[in-house]
Design a protein around this ligand. Structure first.
Ligand SMILES: [Zn+2]
Ligand SMILES: [Zn+2]
Length: 383
């Protein structure tokens, strides 16, 4: 035989399984291509091939009998299994973590598991968005089980080593394929890859260490918050399994529309109807803002749609500065006039310049004429 598997691993022909494993670990560490370099790839394959045969008592016996099916050469066809268990082990030893994922790499999956993140929403008023607020939200989530304090075991008991996988968390499977035999490891079905089993689970949480709870969370809504902003509360999500760290809680903040004010950036806009005499002569009035009643001065000669600014009553722009309230003025034209009022207005009209009168007449003449869209609408309605 060209390549002696015993020679490759540097062990005597009567070496025990332990000796073979020890030799393999040492060599595979030494010749791993990621460590030793690409030029050792073949040597590494050879070591793995030798180990895959000698570590299996059945194959070893066949090999000892000089059985066929062994390529006897590095990279040869027929038999080139890679033992992923030991590879993963190797990476774990060198880098502290396995690139193949826990369980499949031969190390048990920790029972502790980080809790999931939660998302919930809260609706606040526009006033809360202006000044900020402290709110309480009740959430349904996972909390640590109070009976077992998150351990998952009934009081007085503890997890024990899994009898099926002896604590490794994995089981080996050999599959035959056209490429030869492939040895893979799968998480142990009895312990789900944890390497331990809980013989006496806590009756309240069924061994998970957590239960569904309702919890009240305090949340600070910052002043100036925009609709749809998410606030993250670290560690306020689901409790982890068996004492694992908790997930995070995200709170989506919805700002409900206000009856009086509309937000535009850091400013608040509102509409105010004033009698036409106020618009013409000017007036002082008060409007209720989020800061309480505030005086507003309508300047004489205010036109329809003109804006009046109330500075510093909007949303915060910075720690010291706030946006404004922008008041859009609407002018009420009286719909019914007493004969006295009519007389006064007519007097006013005749004292006003004649150009305005001409405009009024022109406006009256325009009125019966309908625009093309209005006529189309009427046609559709069948009028
Ligand atoms: Zn419990
Ligand atoms: Zn197991």
């Amino acid at each position: 035989m060209e390549n002696d598997y015993y020679q490759i691993l540097g062990v005597p022909r009567d070496a025990s399984q332990e000796e073979i494993q020890k030799a393999y670990r040492k060599l595979s560490r030494q010749y791993h291509p990621d460590i030793a370099g690409k030029q050792y790839e073949d040597k590494f394959k050879e070591i793995n091939e030798a180990y895959s045969v000698l570590s299996d008592p059945e194959k070893r016996a066949e090999y000892d009998r000089g059985g066929s099916g062994f390529s006897g050469g590095a990279g040869g066809a027929g038999f080139s299994p890679m033992n992923f268990t030991d590879l993963g082990d190797l990476f774990g030893q060198f880098f502290g973590a396995s690139p193949f994922g826990a369980g499949a790499a031969g190390s048990p999956i920790p029972r502790e598991n980080r809790g999931g993140d939660e998302i919930t929403s809260i609706t606040v008023s526009l006033k809360d968005a202006v000044f900020g607020a402290e709110k309480q939200i009740e959430i349904g989530t996972y909390g640590k089980c109070p009976t077992c304090k998150g351990t998952g075991s009934k009081s007085g008991s503890a997890p024990v080593v899994c009898p099926s996988c002896h604590g490794t968390g994995v089981k080996q499977q050999v599959q035959r394929s056209i490429l030869g035999q492939i040895m893979t490891t799968v998480p142990c079905p009895q312990c789900q890859g944890h390497g331990t089993v809980i013989p006496d689970p806590c009756p309240q949480c069924q061994g998970t260490g957590r239960i569904r709870v309702k919890r009240t969370v305090q949340v600070k809504i910052p002043a100036g918050i925009e609709d749809g902003t998410r606030i993250k509360l670290v560690g306020q999500g689901e409790a982890g399994q068996l004492g694992g760290p908790a997930g995070d809680l995200y709170i989506e903040v919805r700002v409900s529309p206000d009856k009086e004010f509309t937000r535009k950036g850091q400013d608040l806009h509102c509409w105010l109807s004033v009698p036409m005499t106020w618009a013409a002569l000017g007036a002082r009035t008060a409007i209720s803002t989020f800061d309480g009643e505030k005086e507003l001065e309508i300047p004489a000669g205010t036109q329809y749609g003109q804006t009046v600014i109330m500075p510093g009553l909007g949303l915060p722009k910075s720690e010291k500065e706030r946006g404004d309230i922008v008041v859009h003025v609407q002018i009420e034209i009286p719909t019914s006039l007493s004969s006295e009022q009519k007389e006064l207005l007519e007097k006013f009209a005749s004292s006003h310049d004649s150009g305005a009168e001409g405009n009024m007449q022109a406006a009256q003449e325009m009125k019966p004429k309908k625009g093309i869209f209005a006529r189309m609408k009427d046609a559709l309605k069948g009028e």
